[in-house]
Write a protein that binds this ligand. Structure first.
Ligand code: GLA
Length: 734
């Protein structure tokens, strides 16, 4: 299969000199709303300052939803214009804003994204949209060489609130902005094409610099300068052969007139996970919870040469296993713990392992593993898309590593309910029950999404006042998992005027009761972005997992700010209920417009390693039918996944944090420990894990989990060289 990665939008970073850019820092900040706060003359000296690259809630405004204003004071030097080749427009870059904004420069409105509750359209959030407003340099309200005030009015409809996702700045739109650098990578050929496009109607002259470095030994393999004249509206192409290994490619274009540079760095995807062998290997959860009387469905995940023959000893009466597929079905009426022995054989050998079934009240005894439509398809999900990812989950072998849930997120619901108020699906899902049967026959689980409000976040029917009816409908369709997303419940909550914790918990309690009376098990996933410390009470409403943050996206900023901020929650994770830092962002993601993830290969290794250490639910967020070999390598490493599925169910703790690296440790059932050594810096770092610092005894045996390779005994410490934004993921034991 040919896989091309189009990377133009991935890692382009403009290397502008400091004097070409005004960094907008330390704004004055206040909650509330007043039209005068846009005026340049307004005195904001009594306001507090805030960081404009991090949401306001973690900065001393917990649970604050509603209006707030930021005011940035800055000098606008005319040298900014003088140093620019093109002199027409200023760019005001604000990164992202949760949820809607109106932005004013010296009192004049220069842009708005989303809309405010008082607007004609009513409130429309746009938390995920990058704000970049342009202002003509001829505008009368600009105050060159004097103080200017940029005022940003924000309305937060729920969640973290405010500016985030990057550092705001102002610069000139220049000739370098007309250059796009695109990289096309035919993975299996190890060849990269660089495409340099001139989007202006004039010639652009400059120098293209190409460099390839072997990251293992820091050796430069290629270092080449090419002088280019780019014709108007034309592209130039350069093909580069890249040798095997951990290669890093740096490409930059320096425009001749201004000396401004556009550049990108691309790390070639490198595969660490060894391919599974022919001999059977039993993977996935070693324990499974079911309620008495509920339909039982579990497919034993096994790698190895097909055909495989499955056998289970001591399977309790009421259950049967299909010898050819390894799917266990049936029902169990008596509570208790049942220890079974699974044996799988093929013509290359045999594997055996214990598998425990607990009949009681608890589901999700290990974190759920599966797929969810949102990060890939957004609201454009359809039954066809679910089926094609499900089929690929099986065909590409992911089901053999324990991936089983196929969860439809928002976008499946019909606009209106039926006359008797029942929920039904829109035309993209012609037959939900049939889809459920189709998934179950393959040993897969079926998940769905709703909101306790009148509407979901995507504007579809929510379950408000229809909770029991909806739960009954889900049950009839064979649903195994419900993600229940706060969204418009904020309106109900505000109308009721009760701000107690009980009022926050109420909608989740109502659905808890509705699910409890169903004749099947439905995993309950709470989604309300971590409000009111949900980890402290999610268990009381029978949540099997709870989102601890706002929505993730496929950037290092988003991944690292979410993932590395979960340390305080470690004690709330346990078998049956898990902290959920949101779904995976590897592979083809894009919320309706799929593109290759913008994370570098190292960042993707960090993502999967950290989510496994955090005992987080693992929900693949990409189009599995387009899975490339690198992403498959990330999702099919059984030793890495075993850290996530460990039956002890502990969440890792951060045991060391410096400005540039962190060490996280998770205790495992067999007495061993999984350790993630994460480099949060921009250059390679040598990090030493000193056993005595962490109460670990001398002489530990170390295994590299990604490479599945023993590294030997280490007496006092383990020293490793970790790639920028990358990880060394090891297991240690006596
Ligand atoms: C919220 C959730 C997302 C997704 C969307 C669907 O933003 O946090 O995970 O479910 O709603 O509209």
């Amino acid at each position: 299969m040919k896989i091309f990665l189009f990377l133009s939008f991935l890692c382009i970073a403009s290397l502008l000199q400091a004097q070409d850019k005004i960094i907008l820092a330390d704004p004055e900040f206040i909650t509330g709303n007043n039209d005068h706060w846009k005026d340049i003359s307004f005195d904001d000296s009594k306001w507090k300052t805030i960081r404009p690259n991090i949401l306001w809630e973690p900065q001393g405004y917990p649970d604050y939803n509603g209006y707030a204003w930021y005011r940035f004071h800055f000098r606008l030097p005319s040298s900014l214009k003088d140093n620019s080749f093109l002199k027409d427009s200023l760019r005001i870059f604000l990164a992202k804003i949760d949820d809607a904004d109106e932005t004013f420069l010296n009192g004049e409105k220069i842009g708005a994204t989303g809309s405010m509750p008082e607007d004609k359209e009513g409130y429309i959030g746009a938390y995920n949209v990058t704000r970049e407003y342009h202002v003509a340099t001829a505008s009368k309200f600009l105050r060159w060489d004097k103080e200017n005030v940029l005022a940003v009015k924000v309305y937060d409809g729920g969640g973290g609130g405010g500016m985030y996702g990057g550092h705001p700045y102002i610069d000139m739109i220049d000739i370098i902005d007309a250059i796009s650098l695109t990289l096309q990578h035919a993975v299996e050929k190890n060849e990269v094409s660089v495409i340099i496009t001139n989007q202006l109607g004039i010639n652009i002259n400059g120098n293209l610099h190409l460099q390839i470095k072997d990251r293992k030994n820091n050796r430069t393999i290629l270092n080449k300068n090419i002088s280019l004249v780019l014709s108007p509206l034309k592209s130039a192409y350069k093909n580069i052969e890249v040798p095997e290994g951990e290669m890093e490619l740096s490409i930059s274009f320096k425009e001749k007139n201004t000396g401004k540079i556009k550049s990108l760095v691309y790390v070639m995807p490198y595969i660490l996970t060894p391919l599974p062998g022919d001999v059977p290997r039993i993977n996935g959860a070693k324990i499974f919870g079911v309620r008495p009387g509920s339909p039982f469905l579990f497919k034993i995940p096994v790698t190895g040469k097909k055909p495989l023959l499955y056998h289970v000893d001591n399977l309790p009466a009421g259950l049967q296993v299909d010898a050819a597929t390894g799917i266990i079905t049936g029902t169990l009426s008596n509570r208790g713990e049942y220890k079974t022995q699974v044996t799988v054989t093929n013509n290359a050998g045999k594997a055996a392992r214990e598998f425990t079934i607990i009949v009681g009240e608890h589901l999700s005894l290990t974190p759920p593993m599966g797929w969810n439509s949102w990060n890939c398809w957004g609201l454009s999900v359809s039954a066809e898309k679910v089926k094609s990812s499900a089929q690929a989950l099986i065909d590409k072998g992911l089901a053999d590593h324990g991936w089983s849930f196929m969860n439809i997120d928002d976008g499946w619901e019909a606009e209106k309910r039926s006359a008797d108020s029942s929920i039904y699906a829109n035309e993209k899902f012609p037959d939900m029950k049939d889809l459920g049967n189709w998934l179950h026959a393959k040993g897969l689980k079926f998940g769905i999404y709703s909101s306790p409000g009148t509407q979901t976040c995507g504007g579809y029917s929510g379950s408000y006042k229809n909770e029991v009816s909806d739960a009954n409908t889900y049950s009839g369709w064979g649903i195994d998992y419900l993600k229940y997303d706060w969204c418009s419940y904020d309106e109900v909550y505000k109308k009721e005027g009760d701000t107690t914790l009980a009022a926050y918990m109420k909608p989740y309690r109502v659905m808890q009761q509705a699910l409890k009376i169903q004749p099947r098990d439905i995993n309950y996933s709470l989604c309300q972005y971590g409000m009111k410390d949900v980890w402290k009470w999610g268990n009381q409403v029978s949540g099997n997992s709870w989102r601890t943050t706002g929505d993730i996206e496929d950037t290092w900023e988003s991944l690292s700010s979410i993932g590395f901020n979960q340390d305080k929650l470690f004690s709330y994770a346990a078998p049956g209920h898990w902290n959920d830092p949101d779904m995976l962002i590897v592979g083809q993601v894009g919320w309706g417009k799929p593109h290759p993830t913008r994370l570098t290969p190292d960042e993707q290794y960090t993502h999967i390693s950290l989510w496994c250490l955090l005992s987080s639910p693992l929900l693949i967020g990409c189009d599995i039918s387009k899975l490339d070999d690198f992403t498959l390598n990330l999702l099919s490493n059984d030793e890495v996944l075993a850290v996530n599925q460990d039956v002890l169910g502990k969440q890792a703790r951060r045991i060391k944090r410096t400005a540039t690296y962190q060490i996280w440790l998770k205790e495992l059932e067999d007495g061993s420990k999984a350790i993630g050594i994460f480099n949060l810096g921009e250059t390679y770092q040598t990090v030493s894990v000193n056993w005595h610092e962490f109460g670990i005894s001398d002489n530990e045996k170390v295994r590299d989990l990604w490479r599945q390779k023993d590294l030997g005994f280490f007496k006092n410490n383990f020293i490793s060289n970790v790639a920028p934004h990358g990880v060394k993921f090891i297991k240690i034991w006596k």
